[in-house]
Design a protein around this ligand. Structure first.
Ligand SMILES: Cc1ncc(COP(=O)(O)O)c(C=O)c1O
Length: 394
């Protein structure tokens, strides 16, 4: 029998470099606090931005849907897997994202995979922000089209690539709110460029859906630019508190995905519970718009408190606020100290973020209290005074 020694030594290397990862098990619903190993921890790392993951209305909607349809879709969408909840949800997304049609997937990863591997063709160019999510990068790598990257703000390069006549069509793909830095893409600039060079713009609103925009459609809506975005990709796994992905665009794009996207065709349809939860969450965006405002206010407060401590929060301008530390082991040490102090905030290390920028990725939720944020800041202040956490003043 062959042994897996090559894996053992690789894992040992990761451990030595402070890059080893393991999941932590949570024994409670996802709230602003969770129970881990029998004790309550304040959570500042989840994507449950609007606190909908365990909301009673959503649990009620899921329970009703389960009674009506059962749980598993039992087949792919193109066999017998398309159920009324899927079509209702897609209708609801088309309305929210102001597009002709939309298509759901079991995950946001799969939605990016489908769009980026199916729509751009051989001879086309895909332009990616260097910090785009792994699902975007991996899809671009295995697309038939060529791909090139640009640094945030590197519009000269974007323009040069868009002007290159060697490619047929060009597609710019960007996150709207960046997942690890909490800063925003300059959608206005990208739209100006895409219009000038007749390119397409694909925007992944994973971290903005539900959180930004007048109706919760995301950053493009907030800026009044939703109509200019050719394809919106998003996930139901963050602010909507469920799981699954969605792509919304003109009908011809969605029909193409239905006919050609392998991550749509060759997988079982999203579960009834996930769809019912997402549908109810979209309803909640209308019923309780104040959640978006609470989230915004919490983010603003926490960021300003962190800045007062001299903490490097990068260019964050959203509910995602990095505390940039630098070294992997240093970030791990801070995360462990905070755990002892009653907080669960794992260290984010390469390859999730570039080398030398290991961090805590703080994320606020609409229901975080001022007391929770103040307690976090006072603990961080303590770590700064102990020399464990760099403040800009230290
Ligand atoms: C920007 C971005 N796009 C896509 C995804 C994938 O979404 P999902 O978790 O639903 O697969 C994520 C996060 O996981 C993300 O941060």
């Amino acid at each position: 029998m062959p042994e897996f020694d090559f894996l053992k030594s690789e894992l040992a290397e990761l451990e030595n470099a402070g890059l080893s990862r393991r999941p932590v098990c949570i024994d409670s619903p996802q709230g602003t606090t969770v129970r881990i190993d029998g004790s309550q921890k304040i959570l500042f790392c989840s994507n449950n931005y609007l606190n909908l993951a365990g909301h009673p209305r959503i649990i009620e909607a899921v329970t009703e849907a389960l009674k009506k349809y059962g749980h598993g879709a039992a087949a792919s969408r193109l066999l017998s897997g398309t159920m009324r909840v899927h079509t209702q949800l897609e209708h609801s997304f088309s309305h929210l994202l102001q597009k002709q049609a939309s298509l759901t997937f079991p995950s946001g990863w799969m939605a990016n995979d489908a769009v980026i591997k199916t729509i751009p063709r051989k001879g086309d160019l895909i332009l990616l922000d260097k910090l785009d999510h792994a699902s975007i990068v991996d899809a671009a790598k295995s697309s038939q089209a060529k791909f090139r990257t640009y640094r945030r703000g590197g519009y000269d390069r974007v323009e040069k690539l868009l002007a290159d006549k060697n490619y047929n069509r060009k597609f710019i793909v960007t996150e709207s709110i960046f997942s690890m830095d909490g800063d925003a893409a300059d959608l206005e600039k990208l739209i100006e460029l895409k219009n000038r060079y007749d390119a397409f713009l694909i925007v992944d609103e994973a971290h903005a859906l539900g959180c930004l925009g007048q109706t919760g459609a995301g950053l493009a809506e907030e800026l009044g630019l939703l109509q200019e975005v050719d394809i919106v990709v998003a996930t139901m796994s963050k602010a909507l508190g469920s799981a699954g992905g969605v792509a919304a665009a003109k009908k011809v794009v969605i029909d193409t995905l239905v006919n050609k996207a392998r991550s749509f065709i060759f997988t079982t349809a999203p579960t009834v519970a996930n769809c019912a939860a997402a549908l109810a969450a979209i309803e909640m965006l209308k019923l309780e718009p104040q959640r978006r405002e609470m989230l915004k206010q919490n983010a603003k407060y926490l960021r300003s408190q962190l800045k007062q401590l001299g903490i490097n929060t990068g260019h964050s301008q959203s509910h995602i606020i990095p505390v940039i530390i630098g070294g992997e082991k240093d970030a791990l040490a801070v995360s462990r100290k905070l755990y002892e102090m009653g907080f669960f905030i794992p260290a984010i290390r390469p390859p999730t973020v570039p080398a030398g920028t290991a961090r805590l990725r703080l994320s606020t939720q609409s229901e975080h209290t001022k007391e929770q944020m103040d307690t976090l800041c006072s603990r961080l202040e303590k770590l700064i005074s102990q020399g464990l956490l760099p403040g800009l003043r230290s």
